[in-house]
Design a protein around this ligand. Structure first.
Ligand code: PEP
Ligand code: MN
Length: 356
């Protein structure tokens, strides 16, 4: 169910509708848009008697939403969701592309600092690095845990980049939400519904990666879990899916970008690193991702990929990442987007010619 407010509805009228929804034992989700505010309703198992809502002042319509996903849908919120990062001018989902770069895992302070300095100089605004790693083998490197989170916060201080890191379970989630700017939920956890709900109770944006065999609808339903708990700042991420093709680690499904943007107001970024698994394919797919309208990229970069403890084969050398940034900046301009850069990297990234 969706309550559509009149375009000039006041804050008091919106609050009165929310209060009435709560009196009905349901949960209101006010979603302001450029034209009007819509209030999504969740918590009902069946039909709601909506006469007590349609009569309230400021209400123009009460609509039944038949789609399984509601809050993620353009039907409920027509305008793109734009996420702001407090204390910065960084936005995600608007004109600027979100560029996240860094190693698969934080391995040592030195490795993380060297890589962070390199990607900051190339213009990245977000630094990634796993503190908790979901590894196929229980004997593989599992991440440094809280020690890595401390290193990541030092990097935020040092470079000004915002931090994106994965929470693999509820214990990690509490720590990640304290230290990071964006909580990553990995492909393997896309349908871990209790973790999604818990992330929905945090007040930090969530980067939600598509499960390796998930349909678009399943991805949107996973985002719906997060939003249904009141966290409306969800960034979708295409990171490749399992297919019969074996020339790459996964098959990067770029067609999901326009498909998701048609159905949902949420931003969607692309991970060409996990999407290909091969360093020499990352640049091509990053170019294509920007060209097809993705809202950003998440790219693995390591200062010594051959020594990486995880995902070295798909990690770019810093100079390859700098090249990717120069090209992405040019392609972004063609599709009406921009790469904002950062205080440290913007000038350098703009000055160097593409084929330098
Ligand atoms: C990662 O970002 O390092 C990662 C583990 O990604 P995914 O969940 O997409 O496999
Ligand atoms: Mn990785």
């Amino acid at each position: 169910m969706l309550v559509v407010m009149k375009s000039h509805a006041t804050a008091e009228q919106i609050a009165a509708v929310c209060a009435q929804i709560e009196r009905l034992g349901l949960r209101p989700h006010p979603l302001p848009g450029a034209q009007r505010t819509a209030i999504g309703i969740t918590g009902n198992q069946g039909e709601i008697d909506h006469s007590s809502l349609s009569e309230l002042s400021g209400v123009t319509d009460v609509i039944r939403v038949s789609k399984p996903y509601k809050l993620v849908s353009r039907y409920v919120k027509e305008d793109d969701t734009i996420i702001h990062f407090p204390g910065t001018d960084i936005t995600v989902g608007g004109r600027d592309l979100m560029i996240i770069a860094g190693p698969c895992s934080v391995e040592t302070r030195e490795q993380a600092y060297r890589t962070a300095d390199a990607v900051a100089s190339a213009g990245a605004q977000f630094f990634r690095g796993g503190a908790y790693k979901p590894r196929t083998s229980p004997y593989a490197f599992q991440g440094l845990g809280e020690e890595a989170l401390l290193i990541l916060s030092e990097i935020r201080e040092r470079t000004g980049m915002r931090i994106v890191t994965e929470a693999i379970d509820q214990d990690a989630l509490d720590l990640v939400a304290d230290y990071a700017d964006v909580i990553q939920i990995g492909a393997r956890n896309m349908q871990n519904y209790s973790l999604l709900r818990a992330a929905g109770r945090k007040r930090k944006p969530v980067l939600l990666k598509r499960g390796m065999s998930a349909t678009l609808e399943e991805l949107l339903m996973a985002a719906e879990y997060i939003m249904s708990e009141g966290n409306y700042e969800v960034i979708l991420c295409e990171r490749g899916i399992r297919t019969f093709a074996d020339h790459t680690r996964n098959t990067l499904d770029l067609s999901v970008v326009p498909a998701a943007q048609q159905l949902s107001h949420l931003p969607i970024v692309v991970d060409p690193s996990h999407g290909t698994g091969k360093r020499d394919k990352v640049l091509s797919m990053a170019r294509a991702a920007v060209a097809c309208g993705a809202d950003g990229l998440i790219v693995e970069v390591h200062d010594q990929p051959d020594r990486a403890l995880s995902d070295g084969a798909q990690s770019l050398y810093p100079e390859q990442f700098a090249q990717l940034m120069r090209e992405a900046r040019q392609i972004a301009a063609i599709v009406g987007r921009s790469l904002p850069g950062n205080a440290r990297g913007q000038v350098a990234a703009q000055e160097e010619p593409v084929n330098a």
